[in-house]
Design a protein around this ligand. Structure first.
Ligand code: SF4
Length: 350
């Protein structure tokens, strides 16, 4: 059967740093070892978003020598210890991550699962997928299944449809979520056929992963529009990345731009402590400053939760700037503009 256009685009992606020489002036040789360790893949759509060597799009998809720095944790979220079966990560009682696919349209250099995305370690066999489904079916407290990977939307429609149908048929599963970066890196994957397929599995949510306002293109807008019209609520998880989006003005443009394409900014993630990603890490204070800058000028709808995913699978914790300056019967609260306002805690006064 002929490949669909998005599959063709994927096959024609760049997979080695020297292939970038046609467009950019840089030395690819030192990067070969990085790409051998952590795979590279850049589809032509995403490649076209790069304007210059080292710009925010380049940094997200082109290998960097600093990835060979071993500082950090191999498995920062302790996922290996939380996997009752290879395809499932069961960290919270009522929900699981289901590792549906081992590959992605573009391999993000900051990926928390870079230890295994694009490698055979994350490519589940049919037997492993079946075991994962059997585990969910045998565990009644699981209400919410999050398809992840890799990118689940790289599965062919027939395989994806079969997987979703098997999960939806489990009586105690109430919702299915998909985590996918294809609206950002390969928007041609969001076909009418895919949207019609996904619409069959209501309630189904999709969380995507825009990190920079330049990723919000006309093609991305159309892809998100198709998903919205198919009745799929869209959220976004942004990772706070040094040299990519670690300043308030970039974040304000990103979150406002997302609302315009009907995507709700959901999480702003502090970078995990994954090996090979230390050069992307920002101090926590940078994230808190961004949050402070958002509060007031930007509506609550455009403001995500800023979270740290604690090492060892201890879970996500939200971080907030300190607004309460004094506690007691009368609190002293700092406004976003810096003014101190007293507020009576009526329950203590009565
Ligand atoms: S798309 Fe997601 S899973 Fe794939 S490399 Fe990027 S961050 Fe990692």
């Amino acid at each position: 059967m002929a490949n669909e256009p998005w599959q063709q685009a994927l096959q024609e992606s760049l997979t080695a740093p020297e292939q970038l020489l046609d467009r950019f002036d840089f030395d690819p040789l030192p990067l070969k070892a990085v790409a051998e360790r952590y795979p590279m893949r850049i589809p032509s759509y995403y490649l076209d978003l790069i304007q210059a060597v080292g710009d925010p799009i380049w940094r997200q998809c082109v290998p960097d020598l600093r990835e060979l720095d071993e500082t950090g944790l191999f498995d920062p979220l302790g996922e290996e210890d939380l996997s009752p079966t290879p395809a499932v990560i069961h960290r919270y009682p009522d929900r699981v991550i289901f590792l549906a696919s081992g590959s992605c349209a573009s391999y993000c250099r900051f990926c928390t699962r870079k230890r295994k995305v694009g490698c055979s370690a994350l490519s589940m066999s049919f037997r492993e997928l079946r075991e994962g489904i059997d585990y969910i079916a045998a565990t009644p407290q699981i209400k919410d299944v999050i398809l992840s990977g890799g990118d689940p939307l790289l599965l062919p429609d027939s395989v994806l449809g079969d997987l979703l149908a098997r999960i939806q048929a489990i009586p105690h599963v109430e919702i299915i979520r998909i985590g996918s970066r294809v609206p950002v890196t390969l928007p041609e994957r969001i076909t009418d056929k895919l949207c019609a397929l996904l619409a069959r599995f209501e309630p189904l949510y999709l969380n995507t992963h825009f990190n920079h306002p330049r990723e919000i293109t006309e093609q991305a807008r159309q892809a998100c529009g198709k998903l919205s019209r198919a009745g799929i609520p869209l959220g976004n998880q942004t990772v706070l990345l040094r040299g990519v989006n670690d300043d308030p003005q970039t974040m304000i443009a990103l979150f406002r731009g997302l609302l315009k394409i009907r995507v709700k900014p959901y999480y702003l993630h502090q970078m995990d402590l994954a090996c090979g990603t230390a050069h992307f890490r920002t101090p926590i204070s940078a994230g808190l400053e961004i949050l402070k800058a958002l509060r007031g000028p930007v509506s609550g709808l455009a403001t995500p939760h800023y979270v740290i995913d604690l090492p060892g699978g201890k879970g996500k914790v939200p971080l907030l700037p300190e607004y309460v300056k004094r506690r007691g019967e009368v609190l002293e609260i700092r406004t976003p503009a810096g003014e101190l306002v007293e507020y009576p805690d009526c329950s203590l006064l009565s």
